[in-house]
Design a protein around this ligand. Structure first.
Ligand code: SF4
Length: 312
């Protein structure tokens, strides 16, 4: 599905407006100072499921320890898991190491340029592949995560318009719109700017349309005004969320605490994890350990002792 002709015709002005806003309003993120394909790939994998302030805190140290795909591919898995401390979703650390090994084996030690080749790497999905292609290689492709999808969807008036049944656009048209909107002269700037606009201005629940550089290009403010006049909803209905489970009661918390215990040990040392851990009883701890072992995040002996994994 193409973007509307009226919006397509105004793309140069749209690019200029967002670029000028970003020049004055960019979030000062340290990981953006390294546009190398490896630096960008590491940052984007970290940012997949982790808050940006945590990525900021961890990215520099990780790059200093593993300055190239070869350095990461050669490391002991235990060392990689240690370096991932504080990031959560630790499987990503091992997937990134597998991706680094493929980059060394198949791409001469440098992350590939094409979206297809990037997406073929372990743990790299459509969003991360496009982000690396756009930011590091300057390819005119539009990475779409949930935040960019919101901005693009509102711009193209398919998300949140009055009378809209409330369904979000499907991934395929959203991707096509995002690719069509990219500034081909500055894909990296466009990508960063769109992400910053989503984080600071085009927010999910209360978009700040009044101060938005894209206001005159976007269907949403008009839609919102019309909705106010007619009483129709101005935004897609928000599906009520089920009550949140307290984080310490989750399996994710338990897995993180087990790995943190192992990270605190000297290299190669075995230990046993005593239950209960927080609110988790022995069965839950055992299941978590078994799951971590299946995923290669720890080694477990028949006597119940565990440690971070090694290759030797
Ligand atoms: Fe988002 Fe409002 Fe800007 Fe449109 S005008 S992009 S809805 S903040």
């Amino acid at each position: 599905m193409p973007i509307p002709d009226a919006l397509a015709a105004r793309r140069p002005a749209l690019h200029a407006a967002l670029g000028a806003w970003w020049a004055a309003s960019a979030r000062p993120l340290r990981f953006r100072t390294d546009p190398s394909p490896w630096g960008v790939l590491v940052a984007e994998v970290m940012a997949q499921q982790t808050r940006i302030d945590r990525v900021e805190a961890a990215w520099g140290a990780f790059l200093a320890r593993f300055p190239s795909p070869a350095a990461l591919a050669d490391a002991q898995p235990a060392e990689v898991i240690r370096a991932w401390a504080g990031m959560g979703y630790n499987r990503r650390a091992l997937q990134l190491q597998r991706a680094a090994a493929e980059i060394v084996a198949r791409h001469g030690g440098v992350p590939p340029r094409s979206v297809a080749e990037l997406q073929a790497l372990p743990g790299i999905g459509p969003y991360t592949a496009r982000a690396v292609a756009a930011i590091a290689w300057g390819l005119p492709v539009g990475p779409v995560d949930v935040n960019v999808a919101r901005v693009v969807g509102r711009l193209v008036a398919a998300w949140g318009a009055p009378g809209d049944p409330g369904e979000r656009p499907r991934p395929a048209p959203l991707q096509a719109w995002a690719d069509a909107l990219v500034d081909p002269a500055a894909p990296a700037t466009w990508t960063h700017a769109l992400m910053d606009l989503a984080a600071t201005t085009c927010r999910a629940r209360a978009p700040r349309c009044t101060g938005c550089p894209l206001r005159t290009f976007c269907a949403f403010p008009a839609a919102a005004a019309e909705a106010a006049a007619t009483g129709a909803p101005a935004a897609a209905p928000v599906t009520p969320r089920p009550p949140a489970v307290p984080f310490p009661a989750t399996n994710r918390w338990l897995r993180g605490r087990i790995l943190d215990r192992l990270r605190a040990l000297p290299d190669g040392e075995w230990t046993t994890i005593a239950a209960p851990l927080g609110v988790h009883d022995a069965d839950a701890v055992g299941r978590a350990i078994a799951g971590l072992a299946r995923e290669g995040l720890l080694e477990a002996r028949p006597d119940g002792a565990v440690r971070l994994p090694s290759r030797t």
